[in-house]
Design a protein around this ligand. Sequence first.
Ligand SMILES: Nc1nc2c(ncn2[C@@H]2O[C@H](COP(=O)(O)OP(=O)(O)OP(=O)(O)O)[C@@H](O)[C@H]2O)c(=O)[nH]1
Ligand SMILES: [Mg+2]
Length: 425
Amino acid sequence: MAISQECKLPGLSEEETEKFQAAVKAGNFSEAISVVKMSDDTLRNTKLDIAITGNSGSGKSSFINAIRSLNDDDRGAAETGVTETTKDPTAYPHPIHPNVIVWDLPGIGTTKYPAKTYLTDVNVYRYDFFIIVAAGRFTEADANLAKEIKRMEKKFYFVRTKVDVDLDTAMRSDCMEQLQKSGIISPQVFLVSRWDFDKYDSPQLQETLAKDLKTHKRHVLISALPSMSEKILKEKQKALQEQIWKQALKSCSIAAVPLPFLSVECDVKILVENMREYCKSFGLDDDSLKSLAKQVRKSVDELKSVIQSALAKDITREEALKRLRQATGERMMTAKSFISLIPLIGTGIAAERSYNVTYEMLHTFLDEVAEDAQRVLKKALEGQSGLLLNGSSSALQKPRTFPAEKGAQSPTLEAKHTGFGKGNS
Ligand SMILES: Nc1nc2c(ncn2[C@@H]2O[C@H](COP(=O)(O)OP(=O)(O)OP(=O)(O)O)[C@@H](O)[C@H]2O)c(=O)[nH]1
Ligand SMILES: [Mg+2]
């Protein structure tokens, strides 16, 4: 049975899917595997550059920290609350996923970065998309910048920050109206708070950013997003699930070699690599847990107390071998039904065994880690006050008093947490 031409294989780009299908059609097993290996290499080398721009004091650096799951005083955090505006584009790699780089761009219209040549000066083509940040009204300059970004065929999103301070029910429509008046046809505006990064439009923003990216970049972004909402945790699980058949297939190429010992050795390497990646993607590593504990004012041990599976650092060859031995059961059948789509692999018993075991084991481990991540999130949110939104509640550490706002865009200090809960549509 051949794979249908319409079938887009999960975790492969369109081009890779085409190559893979051609190889399968031609009966070329090793070529099919090499397409999968190449896809994997491409994924591991995929970089994502996110540009954050906006007026001085609008909350760019704070947003950069929040989206990288960092507290403002963590190592590697962007400096916040400083009066000096960013002078040149500054790169802030994600601490756990350094292939995701968030760039702090200088404000538009400074002497060094005049509006006319702004995008060329900041090297527009380096970035995958732009986030234009404002703490109050979006200005004509913001709209003009967006138009220019569009002309350069890049995507942009508007983020209205500090909504914990002055949220009102008309805020989104007001922002959109301003931008529409300035010629942006359907602006995508997201309301966020650095201190409640699991709330307001933040989950929708993260989902939208991911949805707009192609296969590999999408995966890279999702892995690096904060594990602060159930929605995002589900997205992470789905993205990682999509990769499993590729890993299982990679293990076949080794199993096809009649060296059972080598086969096991290589399977274990594939397993260890993937298991570590899962833990890191869900924030189940020491650094991420430390950061989260600080944000929610709990101890790391308290968060760790609900983890039943493993932390990234616990994933050793021995641990993988132990789980490999346990890998049997129901999901072997699921794996089998998928493999029947690929007739070539079905021809080698060792290959099939290797495929099934790897597939089963990674699925089981991913489910366990995803459940751990849910438990950690629940524990982190336990006892946190805040309105419920998007299935999650306010969690992030807030300053006891809000720091003085800077600049003309300072919002009023009247919090109105009513009537919200819908994302952009
Ligand atoms: N209440 C509240 N305060 C925020 C939020 N985001 C940022 N701030 C505060 O606003 C001030 C300015 O934030 P920054 O992140 O430094 O702003 P910036 O845009 O990087 O400023 P420049 O680098 O000077 O251009 C700081 O005191 C932040 O703590 C938010 O979502 N809510
Ligand atoms: Mg800054």
